[in-house]
Design a protein around this ligand. Structure first.
Ligand SMILES: Nc1ncnc2c1ncn2[C@@H]1O[C@H](COP(=O)(O)OP(=O)(O)O)[C@@H](O)[C@H]1O
Ligand SMILES: N[C@@H](CCOP(=O)(O)O)C(=O)O
Length: 316
């Protein structure tokens, strides 16, 4: 149950008076999710999601809330933060930074279809295009510097073969020149559990809390590694094609992006292999997240390293 900080109706009713949302009808904790406390809040004006931020400090949150506002106002299906009557977006409730956002339709999919990957490609491209006019800036907290440090910290826990693979990957990422690739706002964690599908239509993209400035292709690679992967770590060519072809129709890829594609998929896999290894070997005291299996991303990485020509052919 992911309600880490409880909120009662008696606590919410006076708090809600600051919002133009009418009277509270129903309050229901959301059991999925691993980082924050979320509640469905139904009022006389509609359904909303109340989030109490458990890990981010109040100073980090305005970037994410402004970004969601910017994207939602440009037609990207994502939560639209609700402002208080006095114009404040980031509030506080029961000692935690808190925000109210619009409630989106749909639920996450476990086994995405080709049609759903095609939809995802469109929405991701629209997100990148709409984000280009966003003026906020945020540094990637899992950037190349973080990856270097993470690799050093987990190296001794790995088998000899895995150490060789990790060192090979660190060399590869050092050689990839990201500056030649188109950059802008990226979601940076577009996994299946962060997209709500309403049938074959996307109801919304959630969890913008890794969003930052980065290479668009990196964002595409992160999504492909989660949405288009088979159980053995191989990529499913039809899902990859559907995702990137539909993306390309909205924001056309450049030649430099094609050249970087096979490497970029492995670097995106490396980022999550490393974060999962770190979570496993250095669990943070009091951290709320449940450790996820690093082996999954190791398989994706191994497959990517050994199938570079095949990946290059999985293109638009
Ligand atoms: N704006 C929203 N509209 C509809 N459902 C939402 C919204 N935000 C979150 N949810 C629901 O809450 C769940 C947990 O949200 P999530 O952002 O993944 O939490 P966490 O940050 O703790 O991982 C999601 O899987 C989804 O079902
Ligand atoms: N979606 C990721 C979790 C987010 O990354 P982390 O850096 O917080 O571990 C995953 O599935 O590993």
């Amino acid at each position: 149950m992911s309600v880490f900080t409880t909120v009662s109706k008696d606590e919410l009713i006076p708090w809600l008076q600051a919002y133009p949302l009418g009277e509270l009808l129903e309050l229901q904790g959301i059991s999925s999710g691993i980082s924050n406390t979320n509640y469905f809040v139904t009022t006389t004006t509609g359904r909303y999601v109340l989030t109490l931020f458990e890990e981010h400090g109040a100073e980090e949150l305005p970037y994410f809330l402004s970004l969601m506002t910017h994207l939602a106002e440009r037609g990207v299906p994502c939560p639209h933060p609700v402002m208080r009557l006095d114009g404040v977006m980031l509030d506080e409730l029961n000692g935690k930074p808190a925000a109210m956002v619009t409630c989106l339709a749909g639920r996450d999919v476990v086994k995405p279809s080709v049609a759903q990957c095609a939809e995802l490609g469109k929405v991701l491209a629209n997100l990148h295009v709409a984000g280009a006019s966003f003026t906020g800036n945020n540094q990637d907290t899992r950037d190349v510097v973080w990856r270097e440090a993470a690799a050093k910290s987990v190296l001794d826990f790995l088998s000899a073969d895995d150490q060789v693979m990790l060192k090979q990957m660190m060399d590869r990422q050092a050689r990839l020149d990201l500056q030649v690739l188109p950059q802008g706002v990226i979601h940076a964690d577009l996994f299946r559990d962060n997209v709500l599908f309403d049938g074959d239509k996307i109801g919304g993209v959630i969890d913008f809390y890794y969003a930052c400035r980065g290479a668009y292709l990196y964002d595409v690679a992160i999504a492909v590694n989660d949405w288009c992967v088979n159980d053995d770590g191989s990529l499913d060519a039809s899902r990859v094609k559907a995702l990137i072809t539909n993306y390309h129709q909205i924001r056309p890829f450049t030649q430099a992006e094609h050249a970087a594609w096979p490497s970029m998929l492995t670097i995106a896999a490396l980022r999550f292999w490393l974060s999962r290894l770190k979570d496993k070997h250095f669990p943070q005291a009091g951290e709320l997240t449940h450790a996820k299996d690093p082996q999954h991303f190791k398989k994706i990485l191994q497959w990517g390293i050994t199938h570079q020509a095949e990946i290059s052919a999985m293109w638009v």
